[in-house]
Design a protein around this ligand. Structure first.
Ligand code: C5P
Length: 402
């Protein structure tokens, strides 16, 4: 059974009827070998006695922000540093709002703000409060900040309502904690990903670009981060929010994309070129808007650098993965690209009447290496991204052509 042996877990308890489940959660965390420090808000103490949690955890419950008996009167920093993980269960609507607003008005909120450990919240509240757009906005903010939200479950509530807002059961929370602590396929690696289109300026208002939405590249970035990698996402202009917990470098042109990629390419273990980089750019970009005086104009285009090929040709090169989108003979052309650019793996977008990946949430991918060919089939871009990352991790850790 996965264990939490010797993990330092700060269990935050806020005011809500589900606080009674926190006693069971404390006991189960202890059973899994964790060291548990309970921190309670004042409202939580109206629902469950600190003495119960002290007896179960074997540690005095902490509840005061300016505690003269704590180290240098700064108990929140001491607890924040001690924590390997912070779990707030139950997390009330009010506490979620304060956390989303970056408040530090009580000990638990201050610890959450000060810690660099992962923060997990198990919300619990009346279904109406959960559904309110203010709460949903706060949850979205916290997710974007990298906070993990577990639940809530749906069902009958203590107030008699039925709907979403029940705190997950202690067993479900433990299951998340034990599994998320396990080693991941790309732990300790740095993965750089390019995504989206590029924009090649003709003048300040016009430019050359393409239909790439960035969805595939962003899904690959999210999947790599979920697999434990430190991810740098270099993205051309898209309408998407970058996945949480990654380093994001927005760029416009191919030349800017190349410069952003080269910034830390030496530290990169895996490079995945998903961007639809424009092959050509205007030979010169005008500083002011071109007037429509002439009946016809000629635009001279020059070749853009091939970012993927440059990365693959480096002396100490990362495991290098490209994407290919072709309408005719995609597999044959992809094999040629794999060879010519010196790649370890290429993912082929299958474009046909049944599958046009541009802007869609679905795609069909075939992976090709020197030695094999795997059809990942048609699926959502996020499911395909997970499969792609798992294949890359497998090959990166095993013998590959680098
Ligand atoms: O040669 P082609 O454009 O078909 O190759 C596609 C692959 O090369 C993609 O992985 C794309 O991100 C990458 N590429 C690049 N720089 C370019 C052109 C393509 O990185 N200038």
């Amino acid at each position: 059974m996965p264990s939490l042996a010797d993990q330092h877990i700060v269990l935050g308890i806020t005011g809500g009827i589900a606080a009674y489940k926190s006693a069971e959660l404390t006991r189960r965390l202890m059973d899994h070998g964790a060291q548990v420090q309970v921190v309670m808000t004042d409202a939580a103490k109206a629902f469950i006695a600190p003495l119960t949690l002290q007896a179960l955890s074997g540690r005095a419950v902490r509840d005061t922000l300016l505690d003269p008996s704590a180290e240098s009167g700064m108990g929140h920093i001491e607890i924040a540093r001690w924590a390997d993980r912070l779990v707030v269960a139950p997390a009330s609507a009010d506490f979620i709002a304060r956390l989303a607003g970056g408040m530090a008005s009580d000990l638990l909120a201050a610890v959450c703000l000060a810690t660099s450990a992962p923060v997990v919240l198990a919300p619990a509240m009346n279904q109406g409060m959960w559904r309110k757009s203010a709460t949903q906005r706060n949850i979205a903010t916290l997710k974007a900040d990298g906070v993990t939200i577990l639940g809530p479950a749906s069902g009958e509530q203590a107030c008699g309502d039925v709907g979403p807002g029940r705190m997950l059961e202690p067993g479900e929370i433990i299951s998340h904690l034990t599994h998320s602590g396990q080693a991941k396929a790309l732990d300790g690696t740095h993965v750089t990903i390019t995504a989206g289109p590029t924009w090649e300026a003709i003048d300040p208002v016009r430019g050359l670009s393409n239909h790439s939405s960035g969805k595939m590249g962003y899904a690959v970035a999210a999947a790599a981060a979920a697999a434990g990698a430190a991810v740098t996402l270099v993205s051309g202009p898209t309408a998407l929010d970058p996945p949480p917990g990654i380093q994001y470098r927005p760029v416009r042109s191919a030349e800017e994309m190349l410069a952003a990629v080269e910034q830390d390419i030496e530290a990169c273990d895996v490079f995945i070129g998903v961007a639809a980089v424009a092959d050509y750019r205007p030979a010169q970009s005008e500083n002011s808007k071109i007037k429509k005086n002439a009946e016809s104009v000629t635009l001279e285009l020059v070749r853009n650098p091939d970012i993927l090929a440059r990365v693959a040709q480096q002396q100490k090169r990362p495991f290098t993965v490209g994407f290919a989108a072709e309408t005719d003979q995609p597999i044959a052309y992809a094999r040629e690209k794999l060879h010519n650019k010196g790649l370890d793996l290429i993912a082929v977008n299958q474009i046909d009447e049944a599958n046009n990946p541009f802007g869609s949430d679905q795609n069909r991918l075939v992976l090709i290496s020197k030695n094999d060919e795997i059809d990942l089939g048609r699926d959502s871009k996020s499911a395909l991204a997970e499969q792609l990352i798992s294949e890359i991790a497998h090959r990166y850790h095993g013998p590959h052509s680098a």
